[in-house]
Unconditional design. Structure first.
Lengths: 277, 155
């Protein structure tokens, strides 16, 4: 069986030529890499070869300066090698990222899952992407593309993800009222969908709103039309809102209609709770 | 591949496949106190402390841990010199089949190293990645509280 080649770069300058090699991908330490078929085959002892998943090499990110957590004015930049647990504990308990990342998966998994891996792989059950999309985060990239791009563009354009390394995630950290819901059967389960709502309220009315559903068709949907209705609405209740239809793909034991109904219910509950707050 | 690791304070040099998990490596090198359960990162039977952080060793690639400090349950106590958490588990009746116990001990150890006086919610969160199919967790939570009291008393 062919070995997977490991690379241990010590500076970011060493990364682009490695990423340009065929079948070489970054490994920040998170758990997503073990979903790669090649590695699964090996880790289960079934003899699956690296060629099965096309992975020929892994770039260990552990020696790179990717663990920053910096506040510059009202902007926060998070290093991609920080884990969910490390990020959750850096924010106040009611911050949307502390809620979402501090309550997902399990303690040992939160100690491993990295910000960069979750952004790059964007699993359908992600607890990170809803809050980041709602916060209108940017991602900084090197290698095939270089620069800072809106996260919404990064997740929509495969060309930005191919052959690039995430070197930072940043966003304006403003005072939002937040609601986060993850639809799970048991606490550590993968979520069927998540709902993220951020509201900024003035005296008696809503000044700004961000609403994101993850896990629906197309992986995520930002509900701009609902946001527009909520903006300017008087605080106190969500009674008169018109909810856009949501489409889901069915999951085991959950039909598309059931998931759409549940997501709609949680959107209503979240908005009701935040508007009455 | 070849790599050196610090396991329970001792240097371990080992040969391993480039895609081996830390669980595979540790068990092959004789650390069978690290239990092999689901291999999916769900059950917590295989947890170890990696640089002091509780992790599922089945979800960690061995190559990425070369040179790092790894602690298994054998690194914090033994049959003849048990850690207060291990004694508390026995006294509270929190050990039945015992398969989850190494992981439970390490999860409790990680918690009590950071928080010497945890509340019940904090204890339950700390062991949320460790399945026990015998006890129903009540005795385990009681054992962690007992261990916390004893460890605070000896501080």
């Amino acid at each position: 069986m062919r070995e997977i080649e490991w690379f241990f770069p010590e500076s970011l300058d060493e990364v682009p030529p490695l990423l340009a090699k065929r079948g070489v991908i970054p490994h920040g330490g998170g758990t997503g890499i073990l979903r790669v078929k090649a590695l699964r085959g090996r880790s289960h002892g079934s003899g699956g070869g690296p060629e099965a998943g096309g992975v020929r090499g892994l770039i260990d990110l552990g020696r790179l300066p990717l663990r920053q957590f910096e506040r510059l004015g009202d902007r926060v930049e998070i290093g991609p090698s920080l884990t969910f647990a490390e990020v959750a504990e850096r924010f106040e308990r009611d911050h949307i990222l502390a809620r979402a990342l501090g309550g997902c998966a399990s303690t040992p998994l939160r100690n491993r899952i990295t910000i960069g891996g979750s952004v790059a792989l964007f699993p359908a059950w992600s607890d990170l992407m809803g809050p980041l999309i709602a916060l209108e985060a940017d991602v900084s990239l090197i290698a095939a593309e270089r620069g800072t791009f809106p996260l919404s563009r990064y997740v929509s354009e495969p060309g930005l993800r191919r052959g690039t390394l995430v070197t930072g995630v940043s966003f304006r950290d403003q005072a939002w009222s937040s609601f986060y819901y993850r639809d799970v059967r048991t606490r550590f389960d993968y979520s069927a969908f998540t709902v993220t709502i951020l509201l900024k309220k003035g005296v008696g009315k809503v000044l700004d709103a961000r609403i994101v559903v993850i896990g629906c068709k197309g992986k995520f949907r930002r509900l701009h039309e609902l946001e527009e209705q909520v903006k300017g609405a008087p605080a106190g209740g969500a009674g008169a809102l018109s909810y856009p239809p949501l489409s889901f793909t069915g999951k085991k034991f959950m039909s598309p209609e059931y998931l759409a109904h549940c997501a709609r219910v949680e959107l209503e509950r979240g908005l009701e709770a935040l508007l009455r707050e | 591949m070849r790599g050196a690791f610090i396991v329970n304070g001792a240097r371990l040099e080992a040969c391993f496949h480039s895609a081996d998990t830390l669980l595979t490596l540790l068990r092959r090198e004789g650390h069978t106190e690290v239990k092999e359960g689901c291999r999916e990162g769900l059950c917590g039977a295989c947890v170890v402390l990696l640089e002091g952080k509780l992790v599922n060793s089945c979800q960690v690639l061995a190559a990425s841990t070369a040179g790092k400090h790894i602690t298994t349950v054998s690194g914090i106590g033994s049959l003849h010199d048990p850690h207060p958490i291990q004694s508390a588990l026995v006294e509270a009746g929190a050990v039945q089949c015992g398969f989850c116990s190494p992981g439970m001990v390490l999860a409790a150890y990680a918690l009590l190293s950071a928080n010497s006086n945890p509340g019940e919610d904090e204890i339950r969160q700390a062991i949320d990645g460790n399945f026990c199919r015998c006890t129903g967790y009540v005795k385990i939570v009681e054992a962690v509280k007992l261990a916390a009291r004893r460890m605070r008393a000896h501080e």
